[in-house]
Design a protein around this ligand. Structure first.
Ligand code: PLP
Length: 457
């Protein structure tokens, strides 16, 4: 490393030399180097050797309308030319933020009151936690500051949002989670359900676990509960039947807010505009990002009801200002792209496409259950995963992550970018994917699985 000069060489060498990658083994990167993507079009991306792949994860669960969508490019360009930047501090505003806030309130799955703009999912969750604390102070409940999230939930990586996240590698060596953030178990019936327990009974047990934790901590100390309608990065965990009804009954009993993290589910992924609709969630707060602009521009939003906003507004009046906001929050280019992105989703009925093509793709994946390596196929709408196991009876693997890594490599070799989460291979293609393209994607999955079976003997 020391003998490398700082400039020149191949793109791979320069990347290794200068670029510290997110979610990457930093030491190992020096040996394996980067995969460099140069171009995207529709559901495909092309690397710097000219090889084309199906982007089976829509980037990071996010490029809903696909790559190189002219309308988004033109919307961004128009806005750049007119007003490339303005902010919303100190009563300032601009057209795209006004229009998009109104559109969000209009399509909200439950009555909502206000939209606050941020730049990423992490930042939005971080902001919501600050708002939760601010609100409890406003209500004269200074002890009501703890929040509950779930193991395997993913809410981001800032100090607050990583605390909400329930995955070990987001806490380990970072001195997290913060002690006001508590976790209950993941609602993964296939993995966590007891022998003989029905899905509904398992859901009841999850709600009982929540109630037990609330009573142990003291209901007057718990302010909010955080959940993704479908857990994404934790392994595409679809909630068991009745889960959110039972959870919401407990929250209502103890006056606890529901924060729905729709960063992946929002804008059609689950076959409805929002995951909250798919699962009958009535959130007080919704966190939106990723598909909000199809990730063409960093952008996120927090949508909240009056019950949440009211006390916060009062407190800001007492203090004189709401002392929080980001330079680029509600960025005009982001808001303009978000408006156009939503128009495309609606005009092309990509929500219905997610429902229909997703159902077709998942039905085909179900056929893979006969493989000795496939423990579970799960998903909803256009998000799915297959969980690989060495022993189907015990649902176990000797070395967690080994099969997932091998499957990921096979998929890539065969032209499909996926993501393995331990031993689950996830699929979350752009919402524009056609039935024929979904079939093509499935053929690659089936071929890769057959290769993996052969390797495993
Ligand atoms: N919430 C959910 C459900 C996510 O999936 C993610 C990112 O994957 C985040 C929050 C964090 O978003 P960001 O990476 O934009 O900070």
């Amino acid at each position: 490393m020391d003998d490398l000069t700082n400039f020149g060489g191949t793109a791979e060498e320069r990347d290794i030399r200068n670029h510290f990658h997110a979610y990457t083994n930093a030491r190992r990167h020096m040996d394996v180097g980067p995969m460099i993507i140069e171009e995207g079009s529709g559901i495909h991306v092309t690397d710097n050797s000219g090889r084309r792949y199906i982007e089976g994860m829509a980037g990071l669960w996010s490029v809903g309308v696909g790559f190189q969508e002219r309308r988004l490019i033109e919307a961004a360009t128009r806005q750049m030319e007119k007003l490339p930047f303005y902010h919303n501090f100190g009563h300032k505003s601009h057209g795209p933020a006004i229009d998009f806030a109104e559109r969000l309130i209009d399509i909200a799955p439950v009555p909502m009151s206000k939209v606050f703009f941020t730049n990423s999912g992490s930042e939005a969750n971080d902001t919501v936690l600050k708002m939760v604390w601010y609100r409890s102070n406003a209500l004269g409940q200074p002890d009501k500051k703890k929040v509950i999230a779930r193991i395997r939930g993913y809410h981001g990586v800032t100090i607050a949002s990583a605390s909400l996240t329930g995955l070990p590698y987001n806490h380990r060596s970072f001195d997290l989670p913060l002690d006001r953030v508590l976790h209950i178990g993941s609602p993964h019936y296939w993995r966590e359900g007891r022998p003989g327990e029905t899905e509904e009974e398992f859901a009841t047990r999850c709600a009982e676990e929540l109630e037990t934790l609330i009573l142990r901590e003291g209901p007057e100390t718990i302010a909010a509960f955080w959940a993704e309608p479908v857990m994404g990065a934790g392994g595409v965990i679809v909630p068991p039947t009745g889960y959110f009804d039972k959870i919401q009954a407990v929250l209502a009993k103890y006056d606890i807010l529901f924060v729905a993290d729709e960063v992946i589910c929002g804008f059609g992924r689950t076959g409805e505009m929002f995951g909250s609709t798919t699962y009958g969630i009535r959130p007080d707060v919704m966190v939106l990002s990723k598909q909000i602009t199809s990730s063409y521009v960093p952008f996120s939003a927090i949508m909240m009801n009056d019950r949440f906003f009211g006390p916060i507004a009062e407190e800001s009046d007492r203090i004189g200002t709401f002392g929080h906001g980001f330079t680029a929050g509600g960025h005009p280019v982001g808001a303009a792209v978000a408006l156009e992105n939503l128009a495309i989703i609606e005009e092309r009925d990509l929500v219905a496409n997610a429902r229909e093509v997703g159902a077709h793709f998942r039905a085909r994946l179900e056929g893979l259950k006969s493989s000795p390596l496939v423990g579970e196929v799960r998903g909803v709408g256009l998000i799915a995963a297959i969980e690989l196991v060495e022993d189907k009876a015990t649902k176990s693997v000797a070395t967690p992550g080994r099969l997932g890594t091998m499957m990921n490599a096979a998929l890539l070799r065969n032209g499909l970018i996926s993501r393995s989460m331990t031993d689950a291979a996830a699929f979350c293609p752009p919402l524009i994917i056609t039935r024929a393209q979904a079939d093509e994607m499935f053929e690659i999955v089936a071929k890769s699985l057959a290769e993996l079976e052969a390797e495993e003997g």
